[in-house]
Design a protein around this ligand. Sequence first.
Ligand code: 6R9
Length: 644
Amino acid sequence: MTDQTRIPVKPEIAQGASLDAAGFQAMTERARQDPDGFWAEEAKRIAWMKPPTIIKNSSFSGDVQIKWFEDGVLNASVSCLDRHLEERGDQTAIIWEGDDPGTDAKVTYRELHERVCRLANAMKALGVKKGDRVTLYLPMIVEAAVAMLACARIGAVHSIVFGGFSPDSLSTRLVDCESVLLITADEGRRGGRKVALKTNADEALKSAPLVQNVIVVKNTGGDVPMQAGRDHWYHDVTEAAPRECEPEPINAEDPLFILYTSGSTGKPKGVLHTTAGYLLWTAFTHQHVFDYRPGEVYWCTADVGWVTGHSYIVYGPLANGATTVMFEGVPNYPDNSRFWQVVDKHQVNIFYTAPTAIRALMRDGEGPVKKTSRKSIRILGSVGEPINPEAWLWYYRVVGEERCPIVDTWWQTETGGILISPLAAATELKPGSATLPLPGVLPALVDGEGQLLDGATEGNLVILDSWPGMMRTVFRDHERFIQTYFSTFPGKYFTGDGARRDEDGYYWITGRVDDVLNVSGHRMGTAEIESALVAHPKVAEAAVVGMPHDIKGQGIYAYVTLNAGEEPTDALRKELVAWVRKEIGPIASPDAIQWAPGLPKTRSGKIMRRILRKIAANETSALGDTSTLADPTVVEELIENRVG
Ligand code: 6R9
């Protein structure tokens, strides 16, 4: 398989789609020629209280101001709930699938509306006002979506902290945005284990004095201490609250939420998204990228603690009146067939997951997939990291049985929603490529000096102008916003990613540019080498970093996880070096291969390369912040068995 492999849109997929290839082209053209006219028209997706007359007002230079629809007034929860009641009040809005296969629930739009209103009223009764920050530290339960929308209902700004984060991480985030209310649960469930949310929260609250109230969902029924005056049971406060709550009028540019994300330096940044542009972007992209059709069941396996959960479990799907699945569990519990069992059980039509999950499942072979039907699936999606062609093809052939297009969606917490991706019903696919920008998105590649590069080339991925869904600032640190995203290449938004563009204008994301290697003067994407390694039949996963090298400047250090049952021998090590030489060329030969039973990953599944670079460089005394690691013991093992 090469870059030349193409998978055209199948007629049965294009049939009846909201956007086919011609439609996509025409839309891209319209968005380019008359952005204001185009987005004014698209803004009709939103249920406005007062429609905007001003469309776009933004500048990537100087102070960097980004405003969309600035005189419009709306309430995001009305677009996600109220306006659906007449036509689809009794349609399922959320299918909840519990960690334990025996547990599930369906919530209609009408029920969701009532639950949101009750919690919104309960929050008001506790003194929460428009503009106040509310932190959510919840498992993947329906109440998480209810709490997000209840905040939106009263104009409070939610900040979700992933339920796997430590008390320390929670308290830093509570303090940074000065939250007045925390919504949590007694315990969460994941892979058959309990997660001590309330206990963690109590610990975090010791150093977050501004939090006045805590609302606690009784989820597992575990015994947890409740502090009188501060802690309130969710069921008590919501049962006592009225079932109707007038939506607060919100300006288009008022904040909807803050989400903390880590950069290459410093403490996590509070990425701030505002209301109208974000909502419009998630609805627009959810419809066209996945070709969502009314009545379909859509499942994004992310956690609401990450941006993917915000945009593509809650806001985008609900704004489109979709049926969205919320899964509390993990792909391998009770066994590694779980994803596909859930697909069959709820007859999922659109399935959206991460390459890390695909590679993990691929490691166990086809058996667990093949014993399920998966006939309901029409569209597959991928997000979070570059998907290597090997995993792409496995996903395509084994999971989708060559019937379903894969949309490889490139975007970031900062971008609010998908920017570069195939449209399921409109784009010819190339395995491993995120393909083309969506209408209204202007990506470009620049060299190290910021010079624009033309044609088929490789460079730093920047975006030239604003789109409605992008972040507006770093919460209370606009200077850091400018510094992080607009100072490397002045006047352009710098993504931090590198990409290649081929003759057809297709983008191939090569990974964070901080991971680009320079070996004997040759630039190389770590993803390229990883992809080659993973293509070897005995390799399950690989992570490649640069290491200091006397002669070459940088050498290639590869961490390799083998498939279950494979023996890590010296012969295999040699075989892999030869394999990479063959796949990419001699310049890509790994200088060191370390067998890695596991790789250090964040809880969202991203490999922490910073740590791998330090180990490769033998700088293990200064590993830096490891608090976001899913399993810190992995690091000790790697240090012990360092090569060289
Ligand atoms: C949505 C999300 C953003 C970073 C981004 C890039 C990587 C995400 C990708 C991808 C290649 C894709 N990334 N999707 N790389 N292909 N389809 O993941 O947001 O957690 O902020 O991460 O993830 O490196 O810069 P976030």
